[in-house]
Design a protein around this ligand. Structure first.
Ligand SMILES: [Zn+2]
Length: 410
């Protein structure tokens, strides 16, 4: 049995995550809308879930990691009109850039990327069933999900029905309730798809549910994303997923990354304060960004700060130096075990695992890697040689742990 603790946004507390060995653990993380370059806010979320996925695999989980790509979205279509490009051409271009960005960040834990435009049939099927079962209704402007039909609506975002009714979505007079969200938009102007309700385009939330249900089934273990997606996006995903598939909970654990702020404001396109991943990577190595983000717990917000980035850069360099020097230490008869070195490193490994088992505390785990580096530096300074098997054992542990975070090139 693989066991660890994870904070669940759905229940607002840390819970045991138990996976029988050999069982699949399915995770879905919301991907980007591909109409612009990804920024550091995206990087923060993707790096966090990359480390979480790598850790779960390190623990022995048979993980299946799915990410959607939103290539059907109103803002994407608006932009394609602005620049006079076919919307698919535009989305393919930014999808390519997105993959380049992931590569440049060393994010390689995702098994499948699924595009919304490849799942239109599944989307239509889901909407049809939601109408049949009385959860959704058609009007002159489209199809909407009736949130009053789903009593748990608001549970994830911790809002009462009254609070939700004060947050109307998508202003449209044909809706039964202002807070109902769109499943299908009736439109005639290209790009559109045929549907039982005439030509149109899907709503954003149903795209993700259709993708998730196709690849993961009507119930799965873990859904991740940035904190600002909790409402309405993830709330809507739960409503659709449970209304469609009939299983409760649709997703067992919900994990959300904190905001990335710059000058104490959220980094976002609308605030025009974003730094793209590719711009950042012109000046820094991926290891630096990974170290920087992982040194804060994933649920906490990060206030972007160049001084701290420089500090991360210096830390990475010193850890690398220590490991290189230790690696270069001549092999001889010196029994390091007598000095407790292997034992110490094994203890650090246990502490590392304990920290990560506690809601993926990468911040604490990174501090343990620094302590390992400190211990190895002291050893290297005071010894002219090390016994071969001990050296091998220690390097194996260090590389194994550092690989989870992608912070070393060894
Ligand atoms: Zn999503």
């Amino acid at each position: 049995m693989i066991e660890l603790r994870i904070y669940n946004t759905l229940t607002k507390r840390k819970e045991d995550l138990k996976v029988p060995r050999g069982n699949k653990l399915k995770i879905f993380v919301c991907g980007p809308t591909v109409y612009d370059y990804c920024h550091l806010g995206h990087a923060r979320t993707f790096i966090a879930f990359d480390a979480i996925a790598k850790y779960l695999r390190f623990k022995g989980c048979d993980l299946f990691f799915l990410m959607n790509i939103t290539d059907v979205a109103e803002k994407l279509i608006e932009k394609s009109r602005e620049v006079g490009m076919n919307f698919l051409e535009l989305s393919k271009k930014f999808e390519r850039y997105f993959h380049e960005d992931l590569d440049s960040l060393g994010i390689d834990s995702i098994d499948v990327f699924a595009r919304a435009s490849d799942h239109i049939t599944g989307i239509i099927e889901q909407i049809q069933k939601l109408i049949e079962d009385g959860f959704a209704y058609e009007t002159d402007t489209g199809v909407y999900f009736n949130v009053k039909k789903f009593p748990d609506y608001g549970r994830l975002s911790n809002q009462t029905k009254d609070e939700i009714s004060l947050r109307p979505l998508e202003l449209c007079l044909t809706k039964k309730n202002p807070e109902d969200f769109s499943l299908w938009r009736k439109v005639e102007k290209e790009p559109v798809w045929d549907s039982p309700w005439g030509s149109g385009r899907p709503g954003w939330h149903i795209e993700d549910t259709a993708i998730a249900v196709k690849w993961l089934g009507s119930q799965y273990e873990l859904h991740g994303g940035a904190i600002e997606l909790i409402f309405p996006h993830h709330e809507a995903e739960i409503a659709q997923g449970e209304a469609f598939g009939g299983k409760k909970p649709y997703v067992k654990y919900w994990a959300h990354t904190g905001l990335l702020k710059i000058d104490r404001r959220k980094m976002s396109k609308s605030l025009e304060n974003m730094i793209s991943i590719r711009d950042f990577m012109k000046y820094y190595d991926r290891k630096v960004l990974r170290y920087y983000f992982l040194s804060t717990h994933y649920r906490r917000s990060v206030n972007f700060n160049e001084k701290e980035i420089k500090k991360s850069e210096a830390n990475i360099k010193s850890i690398e130096d220590v490991i290189r020097n230790f690696k270069n230490l001549p092999e001889g008869k010196d029994f390091s075990d007598k000095l407790g070195l292997v034992e110490d490193i094994e203890n650090f490994e246990r502490e590392f695992i304990k920290s990560m088992d506690d809601d993926f505390d990468t911040s604490k785990a990174l501090r343990i890697i620094s302590r390992i580096a400190y211990r190895l530096r002291t050893f290297t300074k005071n010894h002219k040689e090390i016994e071969k098997t001990s050296k091998k054992k220690i390097l194996k542990i260090v590389i194994k742990l550092a690989r989870i975070f992608g912070i070393l090139d060894f």
